[in-house]
Design a binder for this molecule. Sequence first.
Ligand code: HDE
Length: 753
Amino acid sequence: NPVKAAAEAVAGKLRGDAGPPEGVPGRPSPGTPTVEEPTEPTGPLPPKPDQSGPDTLSPTGQETGADQADVAQGGEYLTTAQGARLYDTDHSLKAGERGPVLLQDHHLREKITHFDHERIPERVVHARGAAAHGVFVGYGTASDVTRAAFLGKNVRTPVFVRFSTVLGSRGSSDTVRDTRGFATKFYTSEGVFDLVGNNIPVFFIQDAIKFPDVIHAGKPHPDREIPQAQSAHDTFWDFVTLHTEATHHTLWNMSDRGIPRSYRMMEGFGIHTFRLVDAEGATTLVKFHWKPKLGVHSLMWEEAQLINGMDPDFHRRDLADAIEAGAYPQWEFGIQTFPDTPDQTFEGIDLLDPTNIVPEELAPVQPIGLLTLNANPSNYFAETEQVAFHPGHLVPGIDITDDPLLTGRLFSYLDTQISRLGGPNFAQIPINRTHAPVNDMLRDGMHQTAVHRGVAPYRPNSLDGGCPFQAGADTGAYIEAAVGIPAATKSRKAPASFADHFSQPRRFWLSMTPPEREHIISAYTFELSKCYEQAIKERALRVLANIDTRLCEEVAAGLGLPAPAASEALAAVEPSPALSQIGRSWPLDGRVVGIVAGPDSDLAAVRSLRDAVLEADMVPLVVAPVGGKLGEGEDAVTVQRTFAATRSVEFDALLLSGSVAPGSDAPGARDAKVGHAPGAGRVDPRVSLMLSEAFRHGKALGAWNDGVATLRAAGVPVEAPGVVTADDADAVLRQVKELLALHRVWDRFPATV
Ligand code: HDE
């Protein structure tokens, strides 16, 4: 069972076993010698089979014939960058052992100089990211609206996907409240197509000219450079309340969408309306969607804050672990289609305004392909950092619209890569190389790695045989859709239809369930409480009043301010149930189940529970007072987490076996920590904390036999929703699985709004 093997691999990795089981990527095949400190010179390790990068084609379309890893590292001996073998890399060349270091030490200077230049500028936005390789398979269902070859039936296209936060620096935490980037590079047979999207379907601004402004406002304050990776500060709220077009995106940020549970559990959106072109040149307007197979799930705000301290790499680790274990995340690619009418509106919604969505109830998302991420990058810098996306990387059959935000992006991304990657030849970096043959007339420049032939990089020419030739419609040329441009007068103005800033946010608010509304209220209250300027808080309340009276009143109460009245009539809009994350059930793959046990737990039951969790494609983690094993000999159970080194936020559900009295870990620590000797009837305070947090966060809790008394002793209300008690572990797990499929025990949250 490959899924079970995969889940076992996750568990193995988490408990620090040698590696995943056989048959799972990353596991050495039988007979592969273990490499430890070789005493004889050996060549470099071959790249892991699951980590090969995109096929390597030279910029002129020739296969390089060598794997990039071999090119980067070869031979048994340490060398300089010029290939001269070295006999020592730990000591500078000196005039005598205690004398001055000599300037003539080329190796020292080369080593230090290279190191000095190891960093490149981080992305000005989306600096922190995590990425993976994968494959996209077209369903062929889009072929009647686009001629794009990669969307044809069963066409397989390699992809590289980078997820990111927006505001934080490269070293910031993963689980901050922010928008997430979801950028996909399709290496299609007709050239690279980049879909550079986000996990939120709308944007803060309607015109690219404001992008530097909104980012200046969101980034840390320029005087002290705080706060890092946060929107909870004055400049952000100043901007989004003065530019009310930002209201919709801000509301999404304050909702659970701003704190995803995992990159694997996020939707993705192209945001702008794009234009598809079929084989005859007919056009259709579309919005692109990614729908995760695991459903859309979020963290609780308190969880997110705890994780930022516990494991700032939470999302990055989650993605890499899942892929390494073979639990490959998948998304279905879909389009909403709209007729390409001259006014470019649908049901009164302006399709060129990127602060608008079109509710799925009005235009269903039609599935057109499947994305599977199945390999981790081999090298973070070479791939995740150097990948260069650009909304202008388009393929025949996919074209743009006049969304003024999109137009600005078409300029920005090429420009930023030139400064970030050091010149105009970034398309030659392996991760950016197209898999289609390249025959351009671009020449020279910084970091040119191609050896171009011929003498006539211009056309037409008579010296290089007239090459390269130009393609036509029948030979796969990218031909811009022949769309008319209405007669117009130059102006720096937005159309009147861009002026409605509140009806779409109101629809979002009305589509939320009570717990989701509670979260939104808390998020606004938290963020605005962090603002110093009273005027900004008051202005924010005036914006909220135009979304919903109750929302405004609740946040105002939290801030201790009066709730203002709406300045315009609240829009009469229908909710869109598709916007809520609650109410459906989803696969359990990769959910983490903590099994809390102590030395006197029923270890046979713990073992079979662990196996049953694995069988259900979830990850079991045994949590105990100390590391190592619980029990002895064949009956022993490996411990993956200790009370001292874990926290509730690592788990989606917690199951309790037996009593976990305080003080059963290190003898010296016990009295100091808990103030009394180990004793029956008491619960280790760290376990009580774990249980109370998990309870508060709406997580499933379960216990059987002695565990039930322990739950009670820890103060957990065992009659509350989502607390499962039964006579045996099997029965507990059965019910917990049903709860996990709903993500959280939503009934635990009172429906007050
Ligand atoms: Fe970006 N954005 N952006 N953006 N964006 C960048 O490009 C920009 C916008 C998005 O993982 C930069 O390579 C402008 C919308 C993602 O490498 C830069 C505007 C959406 C990523 C840039 C926008 C995005 C970026 C920084 C306003 C969702 C990360 C580094 C018109 C549809 C891609 C880089 C990755 C990155 C500019 C607005 C998504 C500076 C001018 C809307 C996912 O070029």
